[in-house]
Design a protein around this ligand. Structure first.
Ligand code: LLP
Length: 422
C-alpha cells in the first residue's frame, strides 16, 4: 500500500500534485512519499512483535540522507556495506550501536573507520577478513565485535544476480567451515568479540520457505557453537523480502515475521534484520517526460527523458516496472517500448507494453523504483543525475538537487604532459 494515487484524473503523491512538482523541478526526478516510507518501516518492525530485534534498514537500497534520517527518526538502525555508506549514516545521525557492516570486500581503511565509530558489529565474510579485523582492532588498541556470515546453501529462487545464499555465490563462509573459523577466532584472535551469526540469502524473495530453511541450518550451527562455549547473542537474518512489481505475491511482513519467529523463538537471541526493498521499493517513483514518439516498421517507441543511467534495473535484470500516466486524460491505447536517450538498445523501461496513447510533453511515472533506483544511477552518456524529491502530506522538498554540467566533470583534469607531448 502506497500513497501515489489519482485524484480525479491526476496523479498525486500524498497531497501534492506530481505535475506541479515537475513544473518547478523539471524532469526526470525521483519522488519519495514520506508517509509510505514510515508506514512500511513500521509494518516491518511490528511483524516481530515483542521478540527482541533491531531493524537495520539496508542503506544500499536508497541511501539519500533524507531517507536515512526518516528511518533513524522512527528508531531504525542501518546496514552498511562501505565506508561511504558509513559516512552517510553518520551524517544522517545514525546511532553507531545500531549499525552493522556487511560485504565481502572491506578495506583496511573501512574497517578502521567502523571500529573507531563504534558500530554494533561486522558481518565477516571470509577467514582472511576475520584476521584483518582482528589486526585492525589490535592496532587501535580495542576490541571489534563480529558475527560470521554463514552461507547456508539454500536457493532463494530469485534472479541469479541477486541470489547470494548458494554455495556457488561469493558470499559468506560455508556452513561446514564456519565452526572452525569461530573456534579459531575464539582461541587466537584476541581482539575480536564474537557476538553473532548472519545469513543473508538474496533479494526479491517471494516465499517464506527459503528463509525458514536457512534459519533451520543456522539454528543447528548456533547450538553447536554454544556447545563450544561461543555465545551467540545476535542472529542477523539479513534482508531480501520481495515486493509486488507486477504479479508477484510476496508474503506480507506479518507472515514473514511469523515464519521467522516460528524458527527462532526458543533461540534466546536478538534478531537483526536488514530490509531494503520491502521498505523503500514501493515508496518511490521516477517521473519522466515524453520527448518524442515514433513508429518503426512494426514497432512503436515512446522516447522519454529518463534513461538506463537513471534507472538501471530493466536493462540489468530485465525487471518489470509499471508505467502510469501522470494525467489520465488520454483516450486510446498503444503497444510500445518505452526507451531513453542513451545510445544502447538495452536502454528501455518497458517492452511491448500496452500504454495510454502518450504524446510529446506528457509525464509518465515509473513505479516501484524507491529501491535500487537512484542508488544505482550513474553519469553514463554524461547525463546529469536526476533530482530527488520527498513529499510529506502537502509539503515537498528537493532532497538532492539535479546535477549540473559542472558536477559531471568535477574532479577531472587535463594533465600538462598532454600538451608537452603534442
Ligand atoms: N543485506 C545484505 C547483506 C544485502 O546484500 C542486501 C542486498 C540487503 C541486506 C538488502 O536486501 P533487500 O531487503 O533490499 O532485498 N540491485 C538489485 C538488488 C541487489 C541486492 C543486494 N543486496 C535489484 O535492483 O534488484
Amino acid at each position: 500500500m502506497h500513497y501515489f494515487q489519482y485524484k480525479d484524473k491526476e496523479l498525486f503523491c500524498e497531497d501534492v500534485s506530481i505535475a506541479e512538482i515537475a513544473e518547478k523541478v523539471g524532469t526526470p526526478f525521483y519522488l519519495y512519499s514520506h508517509g509510505t516510507l514510515v508506514r512500511h518501516y513500521h509494518a516491518f518492525d511490528r511483524a516481530f512483535g515483542t521478540a527482541p530485534h533491531i531493524v537495520c534498514y539496508s542503506v544500499k537500497a536508497n541511501s539519500n540522507i533524507g531517507v536515512l534520517k526518516t528511518f533513524i527518526n522512527e528508531g531504525s538502525g542501518l546496514d552498511i556495506v562501505s565506508g561511504g555508506e558509513l559516512y552517510r549514516a553518520l551524517q544522517a545521525g545514525a546511532p553507531p550501536e545500531k549499525v552493522v557492516f556487511s560485504g565481502v570486500g572491506k578495506s583496511n581503511e573501512e574497517i578502521e573507520y567502523a571500529i573507531k565509530t563504534g558500530i554494533l558489529m561486522f558481518n565477516v565474510e571470509s577467514s582472511q577478513e576475520l584476521r584483518r579485523i582482528n589486526a585492525a582492532a589490535e592496532r587501535l588498541g580495542t576490541m571489534a565485535r563480529v558475527s560470521i556470515r554463514v552461507n547456508p546453501d539454500v536457493d532463494p529462487k530469485t534472479h541469479p544476480y541477486i541470489s547470494t545464499g548458494l554455495k556457488k555465490n561469493k558470499f559468506g563462509i560455508e556452513a561446514d567451515k564456519a565452526i572452525g573459523e569461530y573456534v579459531y577466532a575464539r582461541d587466537n584472535l584476541k581482539n575480536l568479540d564474537i557476538i553473532g551469526i548472519d545469513t543473508h540469502i538474496g533479494s526479491q524473495i517471494t516465499e517464506t520457505a527459503p528463509f525458514s530453511d536457512a534459519l533451520k541450518k543456522t539454528k543447528g550451527l548456533v547450538n553447536k557453537l554454544r556447545g563450544e562455549g561461543i555465545n551467540i547473542e545476535y542472529l542477523d537474518v539479513g534482508g531480501g523480502l520481495g515486493i509486488t512489481y507486477d504479479k508477484e505475491e510476496p508474503p506480507y511482513p506479518s507472515k514473514y515475521g511469523k515464519a521467522i519467529i516460528a524458527e527462532t523463538k526458543d533461540m534466546d537471541v536478538t534478531l537483526i534484520f536488514e530490509p531494503g526493498r520491502v521498505i523503500v521499493g514501493n515508496a518511490g517513483i521516477l517521473v519522466s517526460k515524453v520527448l518524442y514518439t515514433k513508429t518503426a516498421s512494426n514497432k512503436n517507441f515512446i522516447i522519454v527523458d529518463a534513461a538506463m543511467n537513471d534507472l538501471a534495473r530493466p536493462s540489468l535484470y530485465g525487471s518489470y516496472h509499471a508505467i502510469w500516466p501522470v494525467n489520465k486524460d488520454k483516450t486510446g491505447e498503444i503497444t510500445a517500448d518505452v526507451v531513453g536517450p542513451v545510445c544502447e538498445s538495452g536502454d528501455f523501461f518497458a517492452k511491448d507494453r500496452e500504454l495510454p496513447l502518450f504524446s510529446s510533453g506528457d509525464l509518465i511515472a515509473v513505479m516501484s523504483v524507491g529501491a535500487y533506483g537512484f542508488a544505482m544511477s550513474s553519469n553514463y552518456n554524461s547525463r546529469c543525475r536526476a533530482a530527488e524529491v520527498m513529499v510529506l502530506r502537502d509539503k515537498w522538498e528537493v532532497i538532492r538537487r539535479r546535477e549540473s554540467f559542472e558536477d559531471i566533470i568535477r574532479g577531472e583534469s587535463m594533465p600538462d604532459f598532454i600538451e608537452e607531448a603534442k
